[in-house]
Design a protein around this ligand. Sequence first.
Ligand code: DQA
Length: 148
Amino acid sequence: ASLLLLNGPNLNLLGVREPELYGASTLSDIVAQLSADASTLGHTLVHLQSNHEGVLIDRIHQSLTDGTDMILINPGAFTHTSIAIRDALAGVKTPFIELHLSNVHAREDFRQHSYLSSIAVGVIAGFGQTSYLLALTAASEYLTNKTP
Ligand code: DQA
């Protein structure tokens, strides 16, 4: 299947940014590992990171016509602010998994609410780089069974 990995704002700084929260791996480490894991499972993984809400929205819209079967998204802080990203995901109806490196539920109050969770297939948070692998595994199962 064709999987789209989206990473939102500040995730380009992984490895440098608050490593006690987000780990020591860089985004390119994570994406390289995940692409390898995806191909082992027989999937292709395309990746986009952007610090710009509109760029993420445009890429979500492209999933309507580019054959994307499922989206894995770490929306960064847009999780907690972006009705527009929610509307884009709801509009294209491409099933998606929301994922986070940190356990957002163990953090500040303003991270407790996600605009995306209620329309996601599922949510994974708190496992660092492994959150990405768990999301890939879950996507692979979901696409086989068509149910979470
Ligand atoms: C994050 C959690 C968000 O609250 C935060 O704004 C991020 C990263 C995570 O992966 O843990 O940028 O999505």
